[in-house]
Design a protein around this ligand. Structure first.
Ligand code: ADP
Ligand code: ADP
Length: 233
């Protein structure tokens, strides 16, 4: 079963009286436990596609089925519910709440999911430990390094057990050594059975994925298995 099923997805932006077509017919299936890197030159439509995949924006045309929900025609409030349940986001800028501790940040999605306080703390702590930050759970974002902040963000993305992890340039603000550490966490998450889609400009980062999709001018240019992970059959 597809986690992501895209059929001829189109998106254009209105600029004055003109329509700027940005996605021009993207069809794509991503299955459970795939690990996909989305690449392409600046302006090719990656952010626009990620916003649609993440249910932050709706397409102008085509069909998007996310884990069995047809989200392409859903009203905003229903979309928000599906988003909170099905998707864990990781951003380049971490997007943590500055006044909350690491543990509290990780627990935020559980508040929206209606989980009680005790269970929230237990689950959040499990996730914090999973990303190797157990000793720093009481720290606030400004007391943590960039890499540590990103670990918190990853723990937060995982805490609701979403069907899809979406990461937009997750190593864009990190040095090379820290980027490698963060990618090792994504590798681990994938190995644990999660479905991961990440946008990156960097080939070294994309090499962690098992499938590499390249956009150009609003269309999929290539869609290839990473030869590193091709197993003999
Ligand atoms: P990428 O992430 O690959 O750089 P984007 O999806 O950000 O590509 O942008 C693709 C094109 O769409 C660019 O020409 C960009 O200027 C335009 N664009 C993106 N978002 C908007 C928007 N909200 N309004 C108008 N134009 C947009
Ligand atoms: P990226 O660094 O991922 O390529 P961009 O710099 O293209 O991202 O875009 C950053 C954000 O600004 C995106 O959410 C995109 O939708 C929005 N955006 C990009 N171009 C435009 C535009 N011309 N008008 C309005 N919003 C835009």
């Amino acid at each position: 079963q597809s986690v992501i099923h895209l059929e001829d997805i189109r998106k254009s932006y209105k600029i004055g009286n003109n329509e700027l077509p940005v996605l021009k017919g993207v069809s794509l299936d991503i299955f459970k436990n795939e690990y996909v890197a989305l690449m392409g030159p600046s302006g090719s439509g990656k952010s626009t596609l990620m916003n649609i995949l993440g249910c932050l924006d709706t397409p102008t045309g085509g069909k998007y089925v996310l884990s069995g929900h047809d989200v392409s025609t859903m009203p905003d409030d229903a979309l928000a519910l599906v988003r909170n349940k099905e998707i864990g986001f990781v951003f380049q800028q971490f997007n943590l709440m500055p006044r909350l501790t690491a543990l509290e940040n990780v627990a935020v999605p559980l508040i929206y999911a209606g989980v009680n306080k005790k269970e929230r703390e237990e689950k959040a702590m499990q996730m914090i430990e999973k990303v190797g930050l157990g000793s720093r759970y009481k720290h606030k974002p400004n007391e943590l390094s960039g890499g540590q902040c990103q670990r918190v963000a990853i723990a937060r993305a995982l805490v609701n057990d979403p069907s899809l992890i979406l990461a937009d340039e997750p190593t864009g603000n990190l040095d090379t050594k820290t980027s490698v550490e963060i990618m090792e966490i994504f590798d681990k998450i994938h190995a644990g059975g999660n479905t991961v889609v990440l946008v990156t400009h960097e080939e070294d980062i994309a090499e962690h994925a098992h499938r590499i999709v390249r956009l150009r001018d609003g269309l999929i240019e290539t869609d290839r298995r990473n030869p590193k992970y091709l197993t003999a059959t």
